[in-house]
Design a protein around this ligand. Structure first.
Ligand code: DQA
Length: 147
């Protein structure tokens, strides 16, 4: 099975961006961590990062024919984007939503996610380890589905 890992706006700055909140791992580290976790479970990953809402939506649409599941950290679009929610609902693939920080411990405006209602699982506050947990969980779902 193949897993698309989507990182949204500002996550290209991981490693230098607010390290007290997001840690010091870079986006490359996150992508590697996700692909290592997938390989251990007999899955593959493709990763994309974009600061543009429409590009994220296009990537979700493309996943219909190229992926079996999606791990998404939509960054701040989590809290604003009905369009990304609709794209995820529209393609109907299993989705795990990830947030590096514990959004519930932060500002009120980060407490609501438009995506959680269409996600199969949500992992928040586990740091970048959340990506490994997300991939591992999707692999469990996808390999069970393949039996
Ligand atoms: C984030 C949390 C969001 O509120 C924020 O806008 C981000 C990163 C996280 O991974 O903790 O960009 O999704």
């Amino acid at each position: 099975p193949s897993i698309l890992v989507i990182n949204g706006p500002n996550l290209n700055l991981l490693g230098t961006r607010e390290p007290a909140v997001y840690g010091t791992a870079t986006l490359d580290d996150v992508v590697r961590l996700a692909s290592d976790a997938a390989r251990e479970r007999g899955c593959t990953t493709t990763a994309m990062q974009s600061n543009h809402e429409g590009e994220i939506i296009d990537a979700i649409h493309a996943a219909r024919t190229t992926a079996d599941g999606i791990v998404i950290n939509a960054g701040a679009y989590t809290h604003t984007s009905i369009a990304i929610r609709d794209a995820l609902a529209g393609v109907g693939l299993p989705v795990v939503e990830v947030h590096i920080s514990n959004v519930h411990r932060r500002e009120e405006f980060r407490h609501h996610s438009f995506l959680s209602g269409v996600a199969d699982a949500v992992i928040v506050g586990a740091g970048v380890d959340g990506y490994r947990l997300a991939v591992d969980h999707l692999a469990t779902r996808l390999t069970a589905a393949a039996d």
